[in-house]
Write a protein that binds this ligand. Structure first.
Ligand code: F6P
Length: 528
């Protein structure tokens, strides 16, 4: 039997989670620490034997070699012929690739960003107009989700201008945002690795028109974050406000460098540096900790166990941290754009499932919405809880938050049996009605979850959490044999959208489209 089929058999015969706690050392044995993070995975059906097999699977698939290759700048993004070096953006020692230290340029950009951010924060006018009170970051996907998620997460550390994020090409997004702002006091940051993304460029032009009506030199109130600095210059952004990065930084891995400028303006260079320090601590841990204690590897193995072997199709990320409200969306891009692939690195069809559907919402809000399905639905959803030991305000609220988080994982594991449900209701119902009512109160239990705890959501802790997930996605991709760093699956829709623009606008006929698309175009045009 191969390890893979061994693990399939282990999943088939898995013990109940609760029974595993007969081992008094279960919690200690199935938990791990790294930096300020503590990860409990004891409330899963993973046994010592399964864990050994999962680790053997990871080692057998070359996770260690691949990881070392990534950190050393090997071209592991094979379909695009690129290295994957977002870790170099936060490294504090040289990373030599082809005889060149790639951290030098990254550090230089960081210094320029710091000077720029300090200037904006100090109220120095950028171009014509008054000091900047508001910053609008225009970007989408990786050029939006990272800084938007982190800016919201680190709200207690904001001491700079207000930062707004515009991503959607729906005019409502930029329209609603600009309506509240004064162009003479606004800095627009256009964040786009390629500087061609249609949503971003459309929003950027709209912002430029808005600015042009109000200030004499609108370009002077723009900054650009891009690998295509020539295109940013053509757009009219002054060279000293263009911050570049190399093509070895993938969009969804880019918040550590230039793409983090809006966050840096909000929280200041020092806090931004603390976030980089946090992510670096996890890089070091990932590179040096033995697999059994290596948190990103453990997270990846648990993810694979649940999805590939137990067959649970989705995974919920449930931060008990209101300010991590955008983390599920951020992780959706990180995990699903990275590992939602149908072929292996060599182009052959994937013989196993690719990455899972990732979704979620902060607790406790989710409890009053979709937790019903998590507790009693027919499909099992492995849950990833996270919570800080303390918050930043109102301690008695925080106590409730933590209690709710812990209660959910306990309820998922223990459930409530039919006898207990009958007992609970025996004073109110009898006979058949008692049976009927009791059935609705049964919780099957034995539902897996993991819990990540940390002292408090500081910049450093956020950096640790994000780096942990980045490396987890990487390990999952290596074990599945896929390229986690390309995203060809987004291209077809983009091409078809470009072709549809003149059809929707009525300049071209929909004649060559399928019947459904022709009908929808006709209906929409009719209503216009
Ligand atoms: O369409 C997907 C994508 O390419 C993402 O991978 C990327 O983060 C996003 O679009 C934005 O791209 P850009 O930064 O080049 O505008």
């Amino acid at each position: 039997m191969t390890i893979w089929s061994d693990l399939e058999a282990a999943a088939e015969a898995r013990p109940s989670i609760l029974s595993l706690f007969d081992d008094p050392s279960r919690a200690e044995t199935f938990s791990a620490g790294a930096g300020d993070l503590f990860f409990d995975y004891s409330k899963t059906a993973i046994t010592r034997d399964t864990r050994d097999k999962l680790v053997a699977l990871a080692l057998g698939r070359g996770v260690g070699e691949r990881r070392d290759g990534m950190f050393a700048g090997a071209e592991i993004n094979e379909t695009e012929g690129r290295a994957v070096l977002h870790t170099a953006l936060r490294a504090d020692s040289p990373v030599i690739v082809n005889g060149r230290d790639v951290t030098e340029a990254a550090r230089e950009t960081l210094s320029r960003m710091e000077a720029f951010a300090e200037g904006v924060r100090a109220g120095n006018p950028r171009g014509p107009g008054e000091p900047v009170t508001d910053v609008v970051n225009i970007g989408i996907g990786g050029s939006d989700l990272g800084p938007a998620m982190a800016t919201r997460a680190l709200a207690p550390f904001h001491d700079g201008p207000a930062v707004h994020f515009v991503s959607n090409v729906d005019g409502a997004d930029i329209g609603d945002t600009l309506a509240r702002l004064d162009p003479a006091r606004t800095l627009v940051i256009v964040a786009s690795k390629t500087f061609t993304t249609i949503e971003t460029m459309t929003n950027a032009r709209t912002a430029r028109d808005w600015m042009a009506g109000a200030v004499p030199d609108p370009g002077g109130r723009f900054a650009a974050l891009s690998s295509a600095s020539g295109k940013a210059r053509e757009f009219g952004v002054p060279p000293d406000a263009i911050f570049g990065f190399e093509d070895w930084v993938g969009g969804r891995y880019s918040m550590w460098g230039a793409i983090g400028l809006s966050l840096m303006i909000a929280i200041g260079p020092e806090r931004f540096g603390e976030m980089l320090g946090g992510s670096r601590a996890i890089d070091d841990h990932f590179r040096s900790a033995p697999p059994m204690e290596n948190m990103p590897i453990l997270l990846a193995l648990i993810g694979l166990w649940h999805h590939q072997f137990c067959g649970f199709p989705t995974r919920a990320v449930l931060p008990y941290e209101h300010r991590l409200g955008r983390l599920p969306a951020y992780l959706q891009q990180l995990e699903m754009e990275s590992n939602g692939k149908r072929v292996a690195m060599d182009g052959s069809a994937l013989v196993v499932d690719s990455g899972p559907v990732v979704w979620g919402e902060p607790g406790t809000n989710g409890q009053h919405a979709f937790y019903q399905l998590i507790h009693q639905g027919t499909r099992i959803v492995p849950c990833e809880f996270m919570v800080g030991a303390s918050g930043f305000e109102l301690d008695h609220h925080h106590g409730l938050l933590v209690a709710n988080c812990l209660a959910q994982s306990e309820a998922l594991m223990k459930g409530r049996g039919l006898d207990e449900a009958r007992e609970m209701l025996s004073g109110r119902y009898h006979g058949d009605e008692l049976e009927r009512q009791a059935a609705h109160r049964v919780f099957p239990g034995d539902r897996p979850s993991t819990t990540l705890v940390y002292p408090r959501l500081t910049p450093s802790v956020l950096g640790q959490i994000v780096a942990l997930y980045e490396h987890r996605v990487f390990v999952e991709g290596v074990i599945l044999g896929i390229n986690s760093f390309d995203q060809w699956g987004v291209e077809l829709g983009k091409e078809l959208a470009t072709a549809l623009v003149p059809i929707v606008g009525g300049e071209k006929s929909a004649g060559d489209k399928d019947g459904s698309t022709r009908m929808l175009v006709a209906k929409i045009r009719g209503w216009n």
